[in-house]
Design a protein around this ligand. Structure first.
Ligand SMILES: Nc1nc2c(ncn2[C@@H]2O[C@H](COP(=O)(O)OP(=O)(O)OP(=O)(O)O)[C@@H](O)[C@H]2O)c(=O)[nH]1
Ligand SMILES: [Mg+2]
Length: 201
């Protein structure tokens, strides 16, 4: 296990900071997720959803939502004394997607947050990271009132490769989000290790 306990006092450990993206469709809970785990006051770039945007901004299932991210969210979490994650939440609306290329520069990996009521909204994010070979995992944000679907059903619906992890989470819950982030770091690091030592047959 990569994120297990370290033996203290044996070797000086170089602190590592990693950049992680939090992506997914409109209104899946990206800003909520970054805010739930960040140990600093998260930077947000929220603007009010307006009447004019109603035809394009589909808030079905998140009717209480009045604002949207227009540039990015930023937060920080220390997973271990020598391992800090910088979290960059992406904007969900397609008209702000030009930000994604900028934000994904130098990222170790991405969490693709999914709302099973609007599964198709995450296809573009999955496609984005697959094409760029950026390691990612799927985190299903379990909104109350949404039907619970077994993990393999969601996997099939998303046509995920077998090695892409899929976790259930609550974007409002610090521990749940922390588990997702640990899962992503472990996945991304094992992918990097595989690339360094390819299996030859
Ligand atoms: N019930 C419930 N509500 C949630 C959960 N996560 C987020 N919400 C609510 O859902 C709405 C959308 O959350 P945001 O965090 O703004 O979503 P986002 O993905 O950042 O949205 P954009 O930036 O507009 O794409 C907000 O009203 C949240 O309070 C959840 O796990 N359960
Ligand atoms: Mg947001």
């Amino acid at each position: 296990m990569i994120l297990g306990r370290t033996e203290r006092g044996r070797f000086p450990v170089e602190p590592v900071t990693l950049k992680i993206l939090v992506a997914g469709g409109f209104g899946v809970g990206k800003t909520t997720l970054v805010g739930a785990v960040s140990e600093i006051r998260p930077l947000r770039t929220e603007e009010l959803l307006t009447e004019a945007g109603r035809p394009v901004d589909d808030t079905t299932g998140v009717e209480g939502k009045h604002t949207t991210t227009v540039a990015m969210d930023f937060g920080r979490i220390t997973l271990r004394e020598d391992l800090t994650l910088y979290l960059f939440g992406t904007p969900g609306q397609e008209r702000f997607w030009f930000m994604w290329d900028e934000l994904s520069e130098g990222a170790l990996g991405a969490v693709v947050l999914v709302d099973t009521r609007r599964l198709e909204d995450c296809f573009a994010a999955v496609d984005y990271f697959e094409r760029r070979a950026i390691p990612f995992l799927i985190a299903v944000n379990c909104f109350e009132g949404a039907a619970r679907h077994p993990a393999d059903q969601v996997r099939r619906a998303l046509d995920l490769d077998d090695d892409v992890p899929l976790l259930m989470c609550d974007a409002r819950d610090r521990r749940s989000v922390r588990d997702v982030l640990v899962g992503l770091v472990e996945h991304a690091m094992s992918r990097t290790a595989d690339r360094r030592h390819p299996v030859t047959t």
